[in-house]
Write a protein that binds this ligand. Structure first.
Ligand code: ADP
Length: 227
C-alpha cells in the first residue's frame, strides 16, 4: 500500500495521513515534518532547508529527493507508506516513479478561502507535531496539545504573508501533479466545501475514497476483456 496525499497547504492532508496510516499499519511520511526535525537537530539538511521554508518556498528537488529516498528504504516502509507533502514538483514525481510504484493519489480539493481560514488560525504542537485550528480542529484546552499536552505554537510559515506564498507555490509547482497522476488513472478527488467540516469527517471522506478506488480496481480486474 503506497499512497500519496496531495493538496494545498491547509487542505487537511497531514491530519488525514497521520490518522489513516496507523489503520493500514504503515508509516506516515511527511517531508515537511522530516525537514522540521532536521532543523531542530541542526543537521546539514536542516541548515539547507531552513531559509526556503521560512519564506514559504519549496526546498530544492535534489535535497528533498535524497531525504525521501533514504526514508523509504527504512525497515518500517517494507509494507508501504503514505506520503504527505511529497512529491511537490513534476521532477520529484518522476524520481519517485523510478524508486517505486504508487497505487493511489488522494487529491484533497479545498478552496483558497477555506485553506486561508484554517492556516491563519493553525497551531502545531511543538513536541509531537499534532495540528489544531479554530475551524473544525479545536484543541480541548487552549494552547495545549490533546495528544501529549505539549505547548501549541504557530509555525513560522503560518504567518499571513508566507501563507500566500505557499499557496502560490502550490498552484505553480504542485497542482500540475494532479494531471500527471490523472493520466495514470491513479487519482481520487476528495472535495471539501464546508469550512466547518471536522477532521473526523475529512478522514472518513478519505477512507471512503480509498475504499471506492480499491473496489473499482477490483471490478476492472474481474471484468472479462471482450476485445
Ligand atoms: P504545508 O503542506 O502545510 O505547506 P508541509 O509541512 O508539508 O506544510 O511543508 C512545509 C514546507 O516544507 C514547505 O513550504 C516547503 O518549504 C518544505 N517542503 C516540504 N515538502 C517538500 C517537498 N516535497 N519539496 C520541496 N519542499 C518541501
Amino acid at each position: 500500500m503506497r499512497k500519496i496525499f496531495l493538496g494545498p497547504p491547509g487542505s487537511g492532508k497531514g491530519t488525514a495521513a497521520s490518522r489513516i496510516a496507523p489503520k493500514f499499519n504503515v508509516p506516515h511520511i511527511s517531508t515537511g515534518d522530516l525537514f522540521r526535525h532536521n532543523i531542530t537537530e541542526e543537521t546539514q539538511i536542516g541548515l539547507e532547508a531552513k531559509d526556503y521554508m521560512k519564506r514559504g518556498e519549496l526546498v530544492p528537488d535534489e535535497i528533498v529527493i535524497g531525504m525521501l529516498k533514504e526514508r523509504i528504504q527504512e525497515d518500517d516502509c517494507q509494507e508501504g507508506f503514505i506520503l504527505d507533502g511529497f512529491p511537490r514538483t513534476i521532477p520529484q514525481a518522476e524520481q519517485l516513479a523510478k524508486l517505486t510504484d504508487m497505487d493511489l493519489v488522494i487529491n484533497m480539493d479545498v478552496s483558497d478561502e477555506i485553506v486561508i481560514k484554517r492556516l491563519s488560525s493553525r497551531v502545531t504542537c511543538e513536541n509531537c507535531g499534532e495540528i489544531f485550528n479554530l475551524v473544525g480542529l479545536i484543541p480541548k484546552n487552549e494552547g495545549e496539545c490533546d495528544k501529549c499536552q505539549g505547548k501549541l505554537i504557530r509555525r513560522p510559515d503560518d504567518e499571513p504573508e508566507v501563507i500566500q506564498n505557499r499557496l502560490n507555490m502550490y498552484k505553480e509547482q504542485t497542482a500540475p501533479l494532479i494531471n500527471f497522476y490523472k493520466n495514470k488513472n491513479l487519482v481520487k478527488d476528495v472535495t471539501c466545501t464546508n469550512i466547518n467540516q471536522t477532521a473526523e469527517e475529512t478522514v472518513q471522506s478519505v477512507l471512503n475514497a480509498i475504499e471506492n478506488f480499491t473496489s473499482e480496481i477490483k471490478e476492472t480486474l474481474e471484468t472479462p476483456n471482450n476485445n
